[in-house]
Design a protein around this ligand. Structure first.
Ligand code: PXG
Length: 283
């Protein structure tokens, strides 16, 4: 595996950043997680745009322009001979001192890791996930916007630890108003009485790119789509529920906190949307 660091490639064992990099010291940096299908990066421009917005949110200037970034990503796939896989793009604040002063970090580092993807086991797509609600509340947008895909993922990791304890692969996170926000690394949708619903950005979520694509597909096939607040009760009483993310694509959810959702099997709308999503990735 060859890893891109600021214009050069390094073998995995040689790919290193400074312990004085503020990405390491403070989680000061931003990232993206993307998929490549058939040699093409899925929604590359959307990921690049979100990366730039995340960087703006933390006043970080990305040292190369968007076109160069796109080229570097494609090149990293070629160099690693990966046509179907996962790309982790990271921009750290760069090397600084032991203080918080971001302005002393003069060389933000761009890192691109292209790898094979470890997916959820395929049987989970057939039987659906069981998830639990985390006691860890999704970080309030007034503190640090969940729309910033930052290198500080402890809020999500604390929730994921709860998933692990409960024997679940994912975990539902509520916001500080007690509404459904999202999962530790996936967005959530419910379907009931002809309406597909997902929490709005104001619920304090990362605006997932998979989420956006699924909304587009749903609108195209004539489903009513609502981006409005959801409670746990809405999930319990939904006919169908599924999660979306670059890694997961669309994965059905059949239980929340031991309550069976719908008939306890992946729903028809979920399956239809997954089929259409797969078509979209194959374009
Ligand atoms: N919410 C959160 C908190 C996420 O981190 C999503 C939703 C889904 O967004 P996308 O744009 O992927 O549809 C994410 C995405 C990883 C990894 O390596 C994380 C994500 C995606 C892919 C890989 O941890 N998070």
């Amino acid at each position: 595996m060859k890893i891109y660091i600021s214009g050069k490639y390094f073998e995995r064992s040689e790919a290193k950043v400074s312990v004085f990099d503020h990405g390491f010291l403070y989680g000061d940096g931003v990232f993206e997680g993307m998929r490549a299908y058939g040699g093409k990066v899925f929604r590359l421009r959307d990921h690049i745009e979100r990366l730039w917005e995340s960087a703006k949110g933390i006043a970080l200037e990305i040292p190369i322009d968007a076109d160069k970034m796109a080229e570097a990503i494609k090149d990293a796939l070629l160099v690693n001979e990966i046509t179907d896989g996962y790309i982790r793009l990271i921009v750290t604040r760069g090397e600084g001192t032991l203080g918080l002063d971001h302005y002393l970090c003069r060389n933000p580092q761009v890192i691109i890791i292209a790898d094979k993807l470890a997916l959820y086991p395929s049987e989970l797509y057939e039987v659906g996930l069981e998830i639990v609600t985390a006691s860890t509340i999704r970080i309030n947008p007034a503190m640090l916007s969940p729309q910033i895909k930052s290198m500080n993922y402890l809020n999500n990791i604390l929730a994921k630890i709860e998933a692990y304890k409960a024997g679940c692969a994912e975990v539902l996170m509520l916001n500080s108003r007690g509404e459904v926000a999202e999962c530790s690394g996936d967005n959530i949708f419910i379907y009931k009485r002809g309406v597909l619903q997902t929490p709005p950005p104001e619920a304090g979520i990362l605006e997932g790119i998979t989420r956006r694509v699924v909304i587009e597909i749903a609108v195209n096939i004539g489903l009513k789509v609502k981006e409005s607040p959801i409670t746990r009760h809405d999930v319990f009483t939904a006919e169908e529920c599924f999660l979306t993310g670059s890694a997961a694509e669309l994965i059905p959810v059949v239980k929340l906190d031991d309550r069976t959702i719908g008939n306890g099997k992946p729903g028809e709308i979920t399956k239809k949307l997954l089929t259409l999503f797969k078509k979209e990735t194959a374009k």
